[in-house]
Design a protein around this ligand. Structure first.
Ligand SMILES: Cc1cc2nc3c(=O)[nH]c(=O)nc-3n(C[C@H](O)[C@H](O)[C@H](O)COP(=O)(O)O)c2cc1C
Length: 339
């Protein structure tokens, strides 16, 4: 068994987390991942017409009805996310009212903005939540640690979905983070989709591995079958960076991604946002709606370079236990090379 700061912190059988994948639903996926011995994570679900606060509450209640294992949730705390702090405060309230929820909902992952206000709120009002924040570069990782978070998720540029302007790969970021923050629990994320990847991450000092794209293509995930079906044939060359509402976003190439503009510099993006119209923001939300309904031509297909490593659907249980066992064998084999 692989024993790390994170398996110990949450009592996990395997050092595997599902990465959050908002604005979509990952409720069934989270149940399956936690049941399988990993840590399932609910996404910040705010598709059009969805009340994100009501949805997160209902999803949490659903999870604790369907598993007794620990799980987590994501809140994107970006500037353009008005529901972020109401979500942060409500989670604390729900946890305090419901002992089963308090016992199981142990991982609060914030991302895409600052961790500070969430950290202050949960430290005071919901101290049982272990608060982690996504850092795509070391200067941000330092801010996460300084904010009093309990751990870091280092996510590199090869990952799917929204990305930072920094363009640092997971490989480099993980080495930087484990060297600088040897006492901090670290989740490595972005670019993992195989037992080899898990073995590399753990050997490199990560305390757990989070995967997004690989989990989309599981039997239990709620993603549309059309979404899953374009991932299998894709190669690692088939994603591109384009302009998202919160910065660059990695999408699978399709009609929408190719025709959509590309803004990769922060300065250009900030000036674009200053002139954003409600209609332009609505347009992006519409693209998520389209892919949610299975339109793989006009929808935004968020996916990482790992698409090239995913060639068939798997059951979550097989994925988590199978990949980890193979990763353990690979790690033992590596050790046997040392004289
Ligand atoms: C469909 C999709 C939606 C995502 N939405 C979010 C999100 O709401 N919040 C977040 O912090 N990261 C989000 N991400 C990023 C993932 O949490 C994770 O960093 C990424 O999937 C890792 O790369 P991988 O896909 O190669 O595993 C999303 C990624 C995907 C593929």
């Amino acid at each position: 068994m692989i024993k790390t700061k994170i398996t110990e912190m949450f009592g996990l059988k395997y050092p595997i987390l599902s990465a959050p994948m908002g604005p979509f639903y990952t409720t069934e996926l989270a149940v399956a991942v936690s049941e399988a011995g990993g840590l399932g994570v609910l996404s910040h679900t705010n598709l059009r017409g969805v009340d994100s606060i009501k949805t997160l509450k209902e999803s949490m209640e659903y999870v604790i009805e369907h598993t007794d294992k620990p799980f987590g949730f994501n809140i994107r705390t970006a500037r353009m996310q008005p529901d972020a702090m109401p979500l942060v405060r409500n989670v604390a309230k729900w946890i305090n009212k419901n002992p089963k929820l308090r016992e199981q909902c142990v991982y609060g992952l914030t991302s895409a903005g600052s961790p500070r206000k969430a950290s202050e709120t949960w430290k005071k009002k919901a101290p049982t939540i272990k608060h982690f924040h996504v850092a795509p570069a070391m200067f941000l990782a330092q801010k996460v640690v300084d904010s009093g978070c309990d751990g870091l998720v280092v996510t590199g540029f090869e990952g799917g979905g929204h990305q930072s302007y920094e363009q640092i790969t997971t490989l480099v970021l993980l080495q930087e983070a484990v060297n600088k923050f040897s006492d901090v629990p670290i989740v490595a994320c972005g670019g993992f989709a195989t037992p080899e990847g898990i073995a590399m991450g753990i050997a490199g000092g990560a305390d757990a591995i989070a995967m997004g794209t690989r989990f989309i293509a599981t039997k239990e995930s709620e993603f549309h079958e059309n979404y899953k079906s374009v991932i299998y044939p894709a190669s690692s060359r088939d994603t591109l960076m384009t302009t998202g509402a919160f910065g660059p976003i990695r999408l699978l190439k399709n009609k929408y991604a190719i025709e959509h503009g590309t803004i990769l510099s922060k300065e250009e993006k900030v000036s674009q946002e200053a002139g954003f119209t409600v209609e332009e923001l609505e347009e992006e939300m519409e693209r998520y709606e389209l892919i949610y309904r299975g339109d793989v031509e006009n929808g935004a297909i968020l996916a990482g370079q790992t698409v090239g490593l995913v060639d068939k659907p798997l059951e979550v249980d097989d994925l988590i236990s199978g990949f980890t066992k193979k990763a353990e064998e690979l790690l033992k084999k590596s050790v046997s090379k040392i004289n």
